[in-house]
Design a protein around this ligand. Structure first.
Ligand code: BDP
Length: 326
């Protein structure tokens, strides 16, 4: 009897010890996200998590906190740098003041098309920009699609540059975007994404700018029904990891994470294309008035943005190489 008790006791000790080891190796990466569950970026990161779980037999998992649960994008960037947040899917705009190279993503009319943007960001220039994150406490993993951004507002249809004049327009927390709206004659108001709906509703701002899926999923179209297809920037999204969290992983696990991030880009592009169409249909059906513009006039107006933000040799060279990509 005594020996059975002893045996059971030692087995229990062994099980507890095994669990402790398993627990010690178990990593859950907390990932920040401003969009709600179901949005393409959220689904793509979920997919990345599935790939990682499979590769590591469930040892590494991703837990996404959607709908801005961990704070607005500007705050989550800081927390990612400190390692409080392990992963972040963010727009490139709020990164502009932190990682200067990300400004290329916001430079107006730089990318000629989504196809051009893909060619640049999928190639060596994209890798160079991902690498630039490391000097700022982050590891750039991949870029996600985000279509083109256009202006919408609650006051009037924008058909010409003159129509935009004087409008109070929400911009992301980026000096580049502030300068962009100023150059077009609008009054830029930097504001976190989560505050834009009430800002539009109460008249704190007259309008904002974004792509179809964000315009729709944020319900901004309900309070700003004039959409003008300025398509002034094609700004991809960034998927990053905190360098502190990344450095804690083994070299093999780091590779697993990098590979899964790249694989999720393909998934994201499929989801994005479908969502863009769906969102455009929803808002058009809801009675949004969509206008087009002569882009040349807008392009001319933003020349001062280039004069200011593409001033140093590094940025000049980057922009020239991007333009040369066919
Ligand atoms: C959306 C981006 C999101 C930004 C948002 C914004 O996907 O990351 O937070 O724009 O305008 O297109 O703030």
């Amino acid at each position: 009897m005594k020996s059975i008790v002893k045996l059971l006791a030692s087995t229990a000790v062994a099980i507890v010890a095994t669990l402790a080891v398993a627990n010690a190796q178990q990593v859950t990466l907390r990932s920040a996200e401003i969009h709600p569950d179901g949005y393409p970026t959220v689904e793509a990161v979920k997919y990345m998590g599935e790939l990682i779980a499979k590769e590591t037999n469930g040892r590494i998992a991703i837990k996404i906190f959607p709908s801005g649960q961990l704070g607005d994008e500007k705050d989550t960037i800081q927390q990612t740098q400190f390692g409080v947040i392990d992963m972040n899917r963010i727009s490139m705009a709020p990164l502009n003041n932190v990682v200067p190279e990300t400004r290329i993503a916001g430079l107006p009319f730089l990318f000629r098309s989504v196809d051009h943007m893909h060619k640049v960001m999928d190639g060596p220039i994209g890798d160079e920009i991902l690498k630039a994150f490391e000097a700022h406490g982050m590891v750039g993993l991949a870029f996600y699609d985000s279509g083109a951004r256009s202006f919408y507002n609650s006051k009037r249809p924008i058909k010409t540059l003159a129509d935009l004049k004087g409008l109070k327009l929400r911009v992301q927390q980026s000096d580049l975007f502030i300068d962009l709206v100023k150059a077009m004659g609008g009054n830029p108001t930097p504001m976190p994404y989560g505050e834009v709906y009430s800002g539009l509703q109460t008249g704190v701002v007259d309008g904002a700018e974004n792509n179809w899926p964000s315009y729709q999923s944020s319900h901004h179209y309900e309070v700003a029904k004039y959409m003008s297809l300025t398509e002034h920037t094609i700004t991809p999204e960034a998927l990053v990891m905190s360098k502190r969290s990344f450095d804690k992983l083994s070299k093999d696990d780091q590779q697993v994470v990098r590979k899964a991030a790249k694989a999720s880009v393909i998934k994201m592009r499929e989801l994005w294309q479908a969502k863009e169409k769906e969102s455009e249909e929803i808002v058009r059906k809801a009675g949004v008035e969509v206008t087009t513009v002569d882009k040349a006039e807008f392009q001319k107006a933003v020349e001062p943005v280039y004069a200011k933000h593409v001033a140093d040799p590094k940025m000049k060279d980057l922009v020239a190489r991007i333009r040369a990509v066919q």
